[in-house]
Design a protein around this ligand. Structure first.
Ligand SMILES: Nc1ncnc2c1ncn2[C@@H]1O[C@H](COP(=O)(O)OP(=O)(O)OP(=O)(O)O)[C@@H](O)[C@H]1O
Ligand SMILES: [Mg+2]
Length: 325
């Protein structure tokens, strides 16, 4: 099944208000306190692992500040936009200065910079100045995986909120609600299994549920979940591994994208399965397996630190395809 063919549940069930956000209670409480008196809201830095609600929370804040017309008061830049120094100088500076004009009751304009840890150092320095001079007319929400990649002077101007793995029970409850709404019977142990495999990433858990629902209409039991996570994958992962080990990087990478896009696997899960499948490969020696395991360990660590999984997996496959046998 290709998840792109139908409405993605991650979008359908993306919270529209802070009250609907799963887990993250202390983050939400602090933000709601700021929103009671919007002038009191500082610039924000939302940092942490993928699929835990950072972008969602930023957009909820925009909605709560400005209502349905939030888009006219908000400049949203994400990774696909150019983020060099010129963008910062031109678009961000203009918006932060003039954003407020004619906006009636809105206390300021909002600038959301998603994946801001990808900004160059020069752009961050320019951004810092704009943050200093425009704090009466605008607020910034910076979103990133690693707060350490944001320069210190920006960090010190922001209230920092950390997003770590979401609570398992809260995730299970959320999946059950979605299932109920989709008229699916999701058995307790199946929900727990999805959550266990998703490692605190709710986007991933919801994608897995949707894939399971396509496998099996009506009742989702543990078996279906194992099928989604387990059976389809070793074969695919085995193929991808063999492609990479035979030096065919481009094809291996394409298979990796299928695993993420069509099967809904998370990066760390693919890495874990690569490790398991690697040990079964017949034509390489034990010492080579040890060396490759070492490489896998490095990438596994990077992923737990919140690195972008497409890029890290591509890099891992690149290492495998260069490996001397
Ligand atoms: N805390 C949460 N509460 C409710 N839904 C969530 C939460 N976290 C993630 N989701 C679900 O996962 C989807 C992706 O979440 P979101 O885009 O906010 O993640 P993110 O933290 O910005 O991830 P990334 O670092 O990959 O950008 C949402 O559309 C929503 O369906
Ligand atoms: Mg995001």
């Amino acid at each position: 099944m290709n998840l792109n063919d139908e409405v993605m549940w991650v979008e359908k069930y993306r919270p529209k208000t802070l009250n609907e956000v799963v887990d993250l209670n202390h983050v939400i409480e602090s933000l709601q306190a700021f929103l009671k008196n919007p002038q009191s809201m500082p610039h924000l830095l939302l940092a942490g692992i993928p699929g835990t609600g950072k972008t969602t929370v930023a957009i909820c804040i925009a909605r709560e500040l400005f209502g349905d017309k939030w888009k006219s008061f908000t400049l949203e830049l994400n990774a696909s936009d150019e983020r060099g120094i010129n963008t910062v100088r031109d678009r961000i500076k203009d918006f932060s200065r003039y954003g407020r004009t004619g906006f009636g009751d809105a206390p300021y304009s909002l600038i959301i910079l998603d994946e801001s840890d990808q900004m160059t150092g020069a752009a961050q320095t320019a951004l810092r100045r704009i943050m200093e001079t425009s704090s009466r007319t605008s607020r910034f929400i910076l979103i990133c995986n690693y707060s350490s990649k944001i320069i210190e002077p920006i960090q010190s101007r922001c209230a920092i909120f950390r997003f770590s793995k979401l609570d398992k029970n809260a995730m299970v409850e959320h999946l059950k609600k979605i299932a109920q709404n989709e008229k699916l019977q999701l058995l307790e142990e199946a929900a727990e299994r999805i959550v266990e495999y998703s490692e605190g990433d709710l986007r991933h858990a919801i994608n897995a549920l949707q894939t399971a629902a396509a496998y099996q209409t009506g009742v989702i039991d543990e078996q279906t979940v194992l099928q989604v996570f387990g059976e389809a994958s070793p074969r695919q992962v085995q193929l991808m591994l063999n492609k990479a080990l035979s030096g065919n990087f481009i094809e291996a990478r394409k298979m990796m994208y299928d695993l993420i896009g069509q099967y809904g696997f998370s990066g760390s899960e693919i890495v874990r399965q690569m490790q398991r499948e690697l040990l079964k490969v017949p034509h390489i020696s034990d010492s080579q397996k040890a060396e490759l395991t070492d490489i896998i360990g490095e990438y596994d660590y990077r992923l737990t630190q919140g690195a972008n999984s497409d890029i890290q997996l591509s890099a891992l496959l690149a290492q495998f395809s260069k490996f001397e046998k």
